[in-house]
Ligand binder design. Structure first.
Ligand SMILES: [Zn+2]
Length: 347
């Protein structure tokens, strides 16, 4: 889809292979084929669910660089989270809403009967393909509306709480709820002999924790400025330096990135230690730095909020340049430096 890559995680193929093999050995090739088609149809529903989030986010001007498909569902990586709670609620609800529509279409148009006891329905081999698909869409809705992170319901819960308290606290509460839910799943899975439920529990536990620290990080990043994390003491190279002299600079300093400045002190690019080593190994010692540096490098202002610096850095792994209002180069920020800043600025 335009502007969004759909990535399929390796474990998803492992799941497909496992379903294929186990169904084949139990029921022969026809059963194996049926099961694989069912899994693919299920994943199509998961993709449509994620696209629901993507299209709603796009309405609020938020891009989604990629969606990753995991065996237990999809993960849409939004460029940023909507800060307005109302927008966040709409983005979170758009995914499950897609599954409600699919379920309604399968039930009304194709005549699948309404199943209230969904788990019995899915386990029953007498169910038709359409019936099973309708049932799993209902499960997707119910599962995602659990008011705990990282489920969509957790986002709605957080957004509602964020109206009354601050966002970081709201996130922490939703994440705690998620981890409690994870233990419940793990407990039910262990004692009910359902390994899939244990796996889902483990996933929820870690995703909820990650979401909580991510929200805390984003809030801190929004309050800080580019100048708080900028590197101002460094050794620079010029575009006309040789790679041999760049190699000397690697030995002389502890830098992993070297800003490349022209004679007017403007940043032309960044040369990484990695590319210097690669050039030396390929015996390109006499070549100029200009041919090996990464460019263009995004520029941020001294007062740019740190979360925007992080966003700019996503497109430029070596780092971003920091300038003053007149556009003069003052320093740069690398990923490693942001990591150090996060640790050192913790209250
Ligand atoms: Zn969702």
């Amino acid at each position: 889809m335009r502007g969004t890559d759909i990535r399929i995680h390796l474990t998803f193929f492992l799941l497909l292979a496992w379903v294929l093999l186990s169904a084949w050995s139990a029921g022969g090739p026809a059963a194996a084929f049926g099961n694989v088609v069912f899994i693919l149809a299920l994943f199509a529903c998961v993709v449509l669910h994620e696209l629901g989030h993507v299209f709603m986010a796009r309405r609020f001007g938020i891009k989604t660089p990629d969606i990753t498909l995991l065996p237990i569902g999809g993960l849409a990586r939004l460029e940023r989270m909507p800060e307005d709670p109302k927008q966040e609620i709409l983005v979170a609800l758009a995914g499950p809403a897609v599954n409600v529509v699919i379920w309604a279409v399968l039930t009304i148009v194709l005549g699948a009967s309404v199943q209230l006891n969904v788990l019995d329905a899915i386990a029953s081999p007498s169910q038709s393909f359409v019936q099973q698909l309708a049932t799993v869409n209902l499960i997707l809705v119910l599962f995602n509306m659990i008011p705990a992170f990282p489920m969509d319901g957790g986002r709605v819960f957080r957004a509602v709480m964020a109206i009354y308290t601050d966002r970081v606290r709201a996130t922490r509460i939703a994440a705690r709820a998620g981890q409690a839910m994870a233990f419940l799943f793990g407990f039910l899975g262990l004692f009910g002999g359902n390994p899939l439920l244990v796996l889902v529990g483990v996933f929820i536990f870690f995703a909820a924790g990650a979401e909580s620290s991510d929200a805390a990080m984003r809030t801190r990043a929004h309050q800080a400025r580019a100048r708080d994390a900028m590197i101002t003491a460094y050794e620079a190279l010029t575009p006309d330096d040789t790679m041999d002299s760049a190699a000397q600079a690697v030995l002389r300093t502890t830098q992993a990135e070297f800003p490349v400045l022209d004679t007017d002190g403007r940043l032309q690019g960044i040369l990484t230690r990695h590319s210097i080593i690669a050039a030396i190994e390929a015996d390109h010692r006499a070549e100029r730095v200009a041919g090996h540096m990464t460019r263009p490098i995004p520029t941020v202002h001294l007062a740019t909020p740190m979360d925007e610096v992080l966003t700019a850095m996503q497109d430029s792994p070596p780092g971003v340049a920091v300038t003053d209002s007149s556009g003069a180069f003052l320093g740069y920020i690398t990923r490693e430096n942001i990591g150090e800043w996060f640790i050192l600025s913790r209250q």
